[in-house]
Design a protein around this ligand. Sequence first.
Ligand SMILES: [Zn+2]
Length: 429
Amino acid sequence: MTGSFVLRGAYVLDEEGGFSGPLDTVVVEGRVAEVQRGAAAPAGIPEYDFTGLWLMPGIFDCHTHVTYSATTWGESVQTPLTQWVLEGAQNMREILAAGVTFVRDAVGADPGFRQAVDSGFVPGPRLQVSWNQLSQTGGHSDGFLHAVGIDWAWTPDWPGRPATVVDGVEEMRRTVRQLLRAGVDWIKLCTTGGIVSEGDERDAPYFTEEEVRTAVLEAGRLGRSVMSHAFGGEGLTTAVRAGVRSIEHGLALTEEQAGEMAASGCWLVPTLAAMRDIADWGEGAASGEDNPLSSRGEAIRKALEVGPLIGQAVQIAKAAGIRMAVGSDCIFREQHGGNLRELPLLHQAGLSVEETLLAATAGGAELCGVADHLGRIAPGYTFDAIVLDQDPGDLSIFSQRGGVSGVFKAGEPVLRHERCGDLGPKRQP
Ligand SMILES: [Zn+2]
């Protein structure tokens, strides 16, 4: 019986975000059969002593970009599609080994990535994909190359990829339907400008409420939802009123907007690690350091405004009762694998340890609509799990790479823990 074993004596994350135990976790064919002290093991399945270890569900990263690697504009326009895809496979391996067993990809990965992982061709987290992020002409994802007059969607062109820039209700309807035809799980919109992009101000509003409503309606008819990149201002309000399921970033969220989000059940994915990196790059680049924002005056100006705002939205959202999920928003190769940095940052911003651990597991599962079988270690749930050698109580274990010492996906050890003998592959050096 593959994916069948007993892990004896670990502390296991419970429904309140604390750890119960020591408990024995019985896994049969990739699913949790039992979690209790002294659980009887079905005959013939191996047992491992997990005394003094911590066990929790695999982490949900609800906003990252597994295919993004290039660190400069020049590199991104020069990279062939095939190299881009294969480096994406390497990124996925690192993300999985870091303890992330589920990713909601917020632009980049097409449904082929999801299918390749599901088929077992390449190791990676379970994926929900949006493929594109749609914006209006001049918006955040309009990377028009002025010198050559070419539309540039941040990545090499891709056979069959629908448009990235859409204007008006009818173009929105057709593009959303094309993405749904391709098999995306989410529709991603940009209803405000960005920071690392050029030609768009951070809180400038993009898309009319009618355009966003059209995306929400078309996605909803096929059981899909919309996530919206929005930092603040009118574009954030528009997205919430039009019925998007989650706001991404929300850096300049106000109390009034938070009230509307809470009333409509809209989630917030604050992406604090990415905001921290952007603020640091801005300061570094302004003093001549070589980093992804170097020599990009407009992006540096916008990045320098980020620092003082980091974490403010988390406190406003928490006070308003908004549900939050973890999103690392990695956009360069050096960031992949450091996804779990987001957890201590959420705690520093005001979530309790328990709230943070639940946001990273059961919360992410709920946002992504898979909470009936993923995101908990409980009977009947698929055994996607991580092992920790230290008490994660202060969350600092997540701030360093390699803090997670074992990873299981559907009961398969995808990162071998030393207590599991020769079960599964070891971490790559
Ligand atoms: Zn992003």
